[in-house]
Structure formats: C-alpha cells, structure tokens
Design a protein around this ligand. Sequence first.
Ligand code: C2E
Ligand code: MG
Ligand code: MG
Ligand code: MG
Length: 282
Amino acid sequence: EAKRAGHGDYAIFDPSMHDVAVARLALQTDLRLAVQQEAFHLAYQPIVDPTTGEILSFEALLRWEHPILGKITPADFIPVAEEIGVIREIDRWVMIEACTQLKKWHILQGRSTLRMSVNTSAAEFVDPAFLDNLEAVLASCNLPPQCLELEITEGIFLHPSPQIAGIIASIRQSGVRIALDDFGTGFSSLSYISRYPIDTIKVDKSFIDEICSLESTYAIVNLIMGLGKALGLKIIAEGVETQDQVIKLVDIGCTAIQGYHYSKPMSAEEADEVIQQRVLPI
Ligand code: C2E
Ligand code: MG
Ligand code: MG
Ligand code: MG
C-alpha cells in the first residue's frame, strides 16, 4: 500500500467498504434473478398445543439457497428484497405455495382443522390489491379463510398508511386471522393491541429465553397471558427450546407453543410424516 501512503486522498477509499458495496450489489442482482426463477422454498415449523402435543398450525418460513453462498437466512435477504422492491412478489409466491401445501395436508389428514401462518411484509399488507389477491388464492386452493393467519410485525404501524385499522378490519371480516409477531420488541406494543383488532399475539423469543432465569421477565410474560385472556386474544410463545420453559408457560395458561423444543422448521415431506403421526411427543 505504498501508493496509498503517498496520496492522502486515496485514504478515504476504504477497500473493505468497496467489498461490502460490491457484495450488496451482487446480492441484489442474485435476488432479482431468484425472484424471476422462483428459486425459493418453504420450511414449516409446527405450532403445538403443549397439553396434547397436537399440531395446531404450521408457520411457513421462506428459504433461499444461494447458488454460491448457500443458505441465506430470511433476516438477511428480506431487507434487501424490501430495498429493491421485490418483497411483494416474494410474499405472493409464499402465499400461493403455503396455501397449496395446506390444502394437501387437509386432504392427507382428512380434516380441515390444521392452520397455516404466513409472514406478511408491511409493503404487501398496505397494497390495495392485497385482500383481493388473498381471497383469490384461498378460493383457488378451495381453503376456508379461517385456516389462514397472517403474521405482521409492529413495523406495519410505522408505515405511512392512515387506513391500517381499516385494512386489518377488512382482512378479519374476510375470515382470515391476524397475529402480531415478535410481540414486545417494538416501541408501544401495548398501545397497538388496544388500538387494532387482532386475533393473536406471538410473544417474542427474547422474553421466552429469560422466563426461567429472570423473575421480572416471567412476570411480564404472565401479564401478557392475562392480557390476552382479558382481551380474547390467543397467545403463542415463540422460540421455546426447553422443557422447563414449556412447564412455566403451561403453568400460566399458554395453549400454543412454537420452537425447537418441539421441532425446527422442516421440509414439506418431513411435515407429512408428523402430520400422519398426529401428535408430537410432549
Ligand atoms: P419470525 O416470523 O419471528 O419467525 C421465527 C424465527 O425464529 C424463524 O427464523 C424460526 O426458524 C426461528 N425459530 C423458531 N423457533 C426457534 C427456537 O426455538 N430457537 C431459535 N433460535 N430460533 C427459532 P427464520 O426462519 O430464520 O426467519 C426469520 C424471520 O424472517 C422471520 O421471523 C420473519 O420475520 C422473516 N420471514 C421468514 N419467512 C418470511 C416470509 O415468507 N415473508 C416475510 N415477509 N418474512 C419472512
Ligand atoms: Mg413469523
Ligand atoms: Mg417472531
Ligand atoms: Mg421476526
């Protein structure tokens, strides 16, 4: 780097910054291509009734296997998809894939009580065509809307749309349910649940991680349970990894649990098998 040392103005050009910019650009390009080619698949994680082991529902989780980089977590590529404006296309693909899969499971199971949870980005949610698309997908899969739950995050309330409450109301009127994901990690979680008509709260993993070790966190989760009961909301605990956590949660009345304790997200074929077993070991 003798050249650099001799020219002070070169110093502002940090090669590591350049690498980051190039990598980011490459990721954007690859993601666009992946969208065109529908190079994604879904993993499914069960949401379980802890007292019976019955699978109540599956959450559909997006997976992208990059041709060179391998598996990239959605937490890393979804922000990029939002940035380059392809998140709606991705969410739509997920919806069709998840609903098609759920229909197959209803047939396999011989009953239609199993539900599917699908994550929905803010951009998709506030799209005026969203509900029509959703109803079209449900109709084409011949699925009752009651078996679909949309997971939204608090980020949705920061989106500049005055009609959020109206959008939520019309979605729920159609029979589709709405869950508030990652509950407790945002700014004003409590004010959102009093202001917007939702069905379900998913208590974030960061709380679950501490319920056995921190009395104050346990008290907060207990409070959320009580609140859910008072407001008629279903509570799902997410990121549950241990038996001790399950015991604590059952103690305070939790009836729906998701996490590695029961199962990691799995392929559709793996899910076929656990569906046929009907219950997971508790
Ligand atoms: P999320 O919706 O809160 O999903 C739960 C995440 O926690 C998943 O990560 C899941 O694999 C992970 N998880 C579940 N149980 C456990 C556990 O016991 N321990 C640990 N350590 N982790 C657990 P994943 O699949 O990497 O997804 C990350 C996030 O990406 C999701 O968080 C969601 O916000 C977003 N996402 C995933 N799929 C989609 C999609 O189709 N569309 C949109 N818009 N976002 C998606
Ligand atoms: Mg989710
Ligand atoms: Mg979550
Ligand atoms: Mg999340």
